[in-house]
Design a protein around this ligand. Structure first.
Ligand code: NAI
Length: 342
């Protein structure tokens, strides 16, 4: 960027389920940003960027996209298996880079990205752990860090999606790393954040297939449970589900020696409680995007602020690599049936 007041020229790669949402926000809803380029191998997705977002520079090939000289930053919303190579290419091309979670599906890839980022400290590299930007989680973390619940020693956190009868995630499973790397990685990052970044020692996991037998082909489950032990005695329990009947339900409980906090219980869509002859109830959130829409905006604003030099990031690549390390140990345990060293 030529001046601190200039708009950050952003390109986006990946215009799928989440990429479209990020692209719309970058085109119409993010301050100090101009969405100048988009990349997808799918023609219909490039058409969407041109027709709905007014993006003129469209690329089918990532290598050509990343060489675009009139782009300050890139946002990667591509399949997880591509994140590491694309992030490295972006950094080497001199761009700031936002990488959707998880950073990568193995530690070697995480370390390759960290090594290149370490050589380029003037460039921002951020992984999209969106819950760190949700107002309720921000407030809960500040309370815990301020000592409100004494010494936090246990986190129970879940990511539960409404069942998708079309089974999008069954097709997605080979590149997602499985339910723990795809869903619980958010809870893993939250647990580390809320517990003060303790070192993870050991993990145990189990799971079951309730509705989607196709997942067995890649060793995945549609409902998974995990326990992680941390140095110093803290523990975390994670639950992830793809098969909720009612809606999306992300919630996190953090328990300390002087109290506990609970974020996000009941998946309520609004503040209306309906009482009638059928009982007392409220409408539920449809999906992660409805739950975290504001957080996605705050997350991108934080990335842009860091790129402009307005505010530093507190979420580091090392945090993202640690989340992958723990997610991998959990996934190994799911497959081995035994506790695994993290
Ligand atoms: P998706 O499969 O719907 O979209 C992937 C996109 O990448 C498609 O537009 C596809 O055409 C494009 N693509 C494939 N190969 C490419 C290449 N070589 N270069 C450029 N584009 C390429 O997947 P979805 O659900 O949008 O997920 C994308 C990423 O976002 C994943 O890493 C996932 O973990 C993450 N994600 C994060 C969420 C969050 O809560 N923060 C929620 C959902 C997804």
């Amino acid at each position: 960027m030529s001046a601190a007041t200039a708009r950050l020229r952003v390109g986006i790669a990946g215009l799928g389920r989440l990429g479209k949402r990020h692209a719309e926000a970058l085109a119409f809803g993010t301050r100090h940003v101009e969405l100048v380029a988009a990349c997808s191998p799918v023609e219909a997705e490039r058409d969407f960027a041109r027709d709905s977002l007014g993006v003129e520079r469209l690329y089918a090939d990532f290598d050509v996209f990343i060489a675009d000289p009139d782009m300050d930053a890139v946002v990667l919303v591509t399949p997880t298996s591509l994140h590491a190579d694309q992030a490295i290419a972006a950094l080497r091309a001199g761009k700031h880079v936002f990488i959707e979670k998880p950073l990568a599906l193995n530690m070697a890839d995480c370390e390759r990205v960290l090594a290149v980022a370490a050589e380029r400290l003037d460039q921002v590299a951020m992984v999209g752990f969106v819950r760190r930007f949700d107002p309720s989680y921000v407030s809960a973390q500040a309370s815990v860090a301020g000592g409100e619940i004494g010494r936090p020693f246990l986190v129970r956190s879940q990511t539960c999606d409404r069942n998708d009868p079309d089974g999008f995630f069954v097709r997605f499973a080979p590149s997602s790393g499985g339910i723990f790397m795809d869903c619980s990685v958010h809870d893993i990052d939250l647990a580390r954040w809320l517990l003060g970044r303790p070192k993870a020692l050991r993990a145990f996991a189990t799971g079951t297939i309730a509705l989607h037998p196709g997942l067995a082909d890649c060793g995945d489950v549609d409902n998974g449970l995990a326990i992680v032990e941390f140095e110093g005695g803290a523990r975390a329990v994670f639950y992830a589900s793809r098969t909720m009947a009612h809606g999306h339900e992300t919630s996190t409980e953090v328990i300390g020696t002087a109290g506990k906090l609970l974020v996000g219980e009941h998946a309520a869509r609004d503040r209306i409680v309906r009482s009638d002859a059928h009982g007392v109830r409220h409408a539920v959130l449809a999906d992660f995007h409805e739950r975290f829409q504001a957080a996605f905006g705050a997350e991108m604003a934080a990335f842009v602020a860091a790129c402009r030099g307005d505010a530093p990031l507190t979420l580091t690549l090392t945090d993202a690599a640690e989340a992958t390390r723990i997610g991998l140990a959990i996934t190994r345990s799911l497959h081995s049936g035994m506790p695994e060293v993290v």
